[in-house]
Design a protein around this ligand. Structure first.
Ligand code: LLP
Length: 418
C-alpha cells in the first residue's frame, strides 16, 4: 500500500512535524525528506535479498543526489550506481570510496572514461566501441558489461530500457564474443549487468531477464572467464495510488536467488534500486496560490510546476495529493492541480477530489523522492527549491533554495552589448 501519514487535529504530520510548519519555516515549494524512511527502505530491500545470498545494494543515485541523502545511504552500507562523472564525484564527495561505486554510462565520451577510470571506479561497459576505447585509455581496468536482455518493463515507454533494439547495452548475439574480446584485451572482468527498465510492478520480467543473464554466465564460463557477480539493475516499482499493491520483495528475492544458486557458481548479486529507496521518503509541499473555476473544470493553482516535479507532465505519472491543513476533511469537488509554468501541459494532478481549497493552503504531493528534485529545472526562470531533512520531530535544511541571482551566475554579456 501507498505510504500514509500521521494526522493530528486535521493536520498532516511528517516525522512528527506538522507539514504547514515546515512550509512556513522553509518556504515553498520544498522537498521534505524523511530520514527514517530512507533507512527503512534500504534495510527492507537489502535484508530481503541478503537472507538468501550475498547481495550488494548499489543505490541508483540519479533518483536523488542530495549529499545528505547520500550520507545516510553511505552510513547504511550501500554502494552506488552512477551514470555520469558528476554523479561519481558527488558520491565521492559524500564519502563513498571508489570501490563502492559502479559507473554505468551510455553514449560515453573518452574524456569521461578517462576521468572515471583515474578515480578508480569500476566501469560497466555499454557497447563494443566503448570497450575498444577504454582498452586504450585504461588497459586492465575492472569492468563488467551491460547487456540488452531483450526483456523490458516499466511505468512508461520512456523508461523501458531492456527490450531488443534498445540503445542500452550489448546486443544478445554479440555478448559472448565481446567477453572473449575483453579477455584478449586484458581487462579485469568482474561481472555482467542488465536493467529492464524502471517502475515495473511485476516479478516475471525480472525472472525472464535473470534467465537470460544466467545462460550468458554459463556460456561465458566456457571461455574460461569466471564472473564474480550478476547485477540485475534497478526497476523495483512502488505504489503511487492508494490501493496499489507493493511488489512482493520476498518473492522477487527468493525466486531470483534460487535461479542463480541452482544454475550458476555466482556468489554475489548486485541490485541497483533508486526509486524503491527514496520515492516514498520524500514529500513535496506546495502552497495554493489561486483557485479558479473555468466553467468546464476547477483548478487549484500551486507554486510547484513541472519545473519542480516533471513526472506528471513528462510521463503522465500519477502522484497522490492532499491538503495538509485539511487532512482527512470531506471532499467537495474535483480539481486539477496545476503549477505556475506557462504551458497547458503544466500539471501535478488531474481530476482529484479535494476538500475546498483556498489560497494559502499547503498541499502535499506524495512519492516525490525519486526523480523529483533531480529532474527539476529553472524553466520560466524559477530558482530550484529547497530540500529539508526531517527526523524525529526535527527539520534541517539540506539544500538552500536558489535565488534569482543564481540564475545569472554563469552567464556573460559580451562587452559590445553593454
Ligand atoms: N540501474 C540503471 C542502469 C538504470 O538506468 C536505472 C534507472 C536504475 C538502475 C534505477 O531504476 P529504479 O530502481 O529507480 O527504477 N525518471 C524516470 C525514471 C528513469 C530511470 C532511469 N534509469 C521516472 O521519473 O520515473
Amino acid at each position: 500500500m501507498m505510504r500514509d501519514y500521521e494526522s493530528k487535529d486535521g493536520v498532516m504530520n511528517i516525522a512528527g512535524i506538522p507539514a504547514p510548519e515546515i512550509a512556513a519555516e522553509f518556504g515553498t515549494p520544498v522537498y521534505v525528506c524523511d530520514e527514517a524512511r530512507i533507512r527503512e527502505n534500504y534495510r527492507n530491500v537489502h535484508d530481503a535479498f541478503s537472507r538468501y545470498m550475498d547481495t550488494r545494494i548499489h543505490y541508483a543515485c540519479k533518483a536523488n543526489t542530495n549529499l545528505a541523502i547520500l550520507r545516510i545511504l553511505e552510513q547504511e552500507g550501500s554502494g552506488i550506481d552512477a551514470v555520469s562523472i558528476g554523479e561519481v564525484r558527488t558520491c565521492l564527495k559524500a564519502g563513498f570510496t571508489p570501490d563502492r561505486i559502479m559507473y554505468t554510462g551510455t553514449s560515453v565520451s573518452d574524456k569521461e572514461l578517462k576521468e572515471v577510470a583515474e578515480l578508480g571506479v569500476m566501469i560497466n561497459i555499454d557497447s563494443v566501441s566503448e570497450m575498444e576505447r577504454l582498452a586504450e585509455i585504461a588497459p586492465g581496468h575492472p569492468v563488467s558489461f551491460r547487456i540488452t536482455p531483450g526483456v523490458g518493463s516499466g511505468h512508461s515507454d520512456k523508461v523501458i530500457t531492456g527490450s531488443k533494439g534498445s540503445k542500452f547495452g550489448i546486443p544478445l548475439k554479440e555478448v559472448v564474443s565481446t567477453y572473449a574480446r575483453a579477455n584478449d584485451l586484458g581487462f579485469d572482468i568482474r561481472g555482467i549487468h542488465a536493467h529492464i527498465g524502471s517502475g515495473g510492478q511485476s516479478v516475471e520480467p525480472f525472472m525472464d531477464m535473470m534467465q537470460v543473464l544466467i545462460n550468458l554466465v554459463n556460456e561465458i564460463e566456457e571461455l574460461g572467464i569466471n564472473l564474480k557477480f550478476i547485477d540485475m539493475g534497478g526497476g523495483i516499482g512502488v505504489p503511487y495510488k492508494p490501493q496499489e499493491e507493493e511488489m512482493d520483495l520476498n518473492e522477487l528475492a527468493s525466486e531470483l536467488t534460487d535461479m542463480i544458486q541452482m544454475e550458476t557458481d555466482i556468489q554475489t548479486l548486485i541490485l541497483e534500486p533508486g526509486r524503491y529507496i527514496v520515492c516514498d521518503a520524500v514529500t513535496l509541499l506546495t502552497k495554493v496560490n489561486d483557485v479558479k473555476d473555468s466553467g468546464v473544470k476547477k483548478y487549484v493553482g500551486v507554486d510547484a510546476g513541472f519545473n519542480t516535479l516533471i513526472r506528471p507532465a513528462f510521463y503522465d505519472s500519477y502522484h497522490y495529493v492532499a491538503i495538509t491543513n485539511k487532512f482527512g476533511k470531506a471532499c467537495t469537488n474535483r480539481f486539477d492541480v496545476v503549477g505556475p509554468i506557462c504551458e497547458s501541459g503544466d500539471y501535478l494532478a488531474h481530476d482529484r477530489v479535494l476538500p475546498e481549497p483556498e489560497p494559502g493552503d499547503i498541499m502535499a504531493i506524495y512519492n516525490a523522492g525519486a526523480y523529483g528534485f533531480s529532474m527539476s529545472s529553472n524553466y520560466n526562470s524559477r530558482p530550484l527549491c529547497a530540500e529539508v531533512l526531517v527526523n524525529d520531530g526535527k527539520a534541517e535544511l539540506i539544500r538552500e533554495a536558489e535565488t534569482v541571482e543564481d540564475l545569472w551566475r554563469h552567464q556573460r554579456i559580451p562587452e559590445r552589448l553593454m
